[in-house]
Design a protein. Structure first.
Length: 255
């Protein structure tokens, strides 16, 4: 499958949204600054054109920098900034669940083709179904913005690895080209990550508002800090901050 520009177009749109400051709340919850997010997007776009050959593996195999290495590095960073062990578990379980379910859906959709999944030796196609399924599953298991993003991107990337193992098992031609994280997989990884974060932001935000804000009870101080409402008031330590006030209120109730 030839490189598809859908993922790059989506990333460019995301860059504009971030530049306009419309994604600040979601980025703050993920422990990313606007500048950091733009740097990551730039690295993904540039890296999408860079493939690292893996001569020690079967077939003509390469690893795409933008679709594999950069998302992997970002996922590791987000895991390191996770506020609790439960978030680690949810993210990793979500990654495995996303990979298994997306692979299973792909096998069902393409059942009966000469080479499953996605036709004869194709990888991660169709690019629209997989990110939608992956994004939904990733949110259900990851729940937080970070967890959902990690589950979606790593889960779909893991599906690409599953496909590679499947090709080896099926005995694909030795000269067959495999680009892990590239081509259609690149678009799917980008779309799945964005879908998962959007779901986490929309649904999570709605639930938090209905509950009167995120609960701080039983949560580590570092995690509570990450849940505080972003903005000049909370950064400077002055002005009203309804979530900080709610934390203090809960502490008084426990005394």
């Amino acid at each position: 499958m030839d490189q598809n520009n859908i993922g790059i177009i989506i990333l460019l749109v995301a860059s504009i949204v971030i530049y306009l400051g419309l994604a600040q709340r979601a980025l703050d919850r993920m422990r990313l600054s606007d500048r950091g997010a733009l740097v990551v997007i730039g690295a993904i776009i540039i890296g999408s054109y860079i493939n690292i050959p893996l001569p020690f593996l079967p077939f003509n195999t390469s690893l795409n920098v933008g679709g594999a290495l950069v998302p992997l590095g970002l996922a590791i960073y987000l895991l390191a900034r996770a506020g609790s062990g439960k978030e680690w578990v949810r993210a990793l379980v979500g990654t495995a669940a996303t990979a298994v379910i997306v692979y299973f859906i792909g096998s069902l959709v393409n059942r009966g083709t000469t080479m499953e999944p996605a036709g004869r030796y194709a990888v991660l196609d169709p690019i629209y179904l997989y990110p939608l399924v992956g994004g939904i599953v990733a949110y259900l298991f990851g729940r937080s913005r970070r967890g959902a993003f990690i589950s979606a991107t790593l889960g779909v990337l893991l599906v690409d690895v599953f496909h590679y193992v499947w090709l080896v098992y099926q005995g694909a031609p030795a000269n067959y080209r495999v680009n892990i994280g590239g081509a259609g997989a690149f678009d799917t990884i980008v779309l799945a990550g964005i879908v998962a974060v959007i779901l986490a932001e929309l649904i999570g935000e709605s639930l938090e508002r209905l509950a009167g804000g995120p609960s701080a009870k039983g949560r580590p101080e570092e995690l509570v800090k990450g849940l505080k409402k972003p903005g000049p008031d909370s950064d400077s330590g002055t002005g009203p901050d309804w979530e900080t006030a709610r934390v203090k209120e809960m502490e008084k109730d426990e005394q």
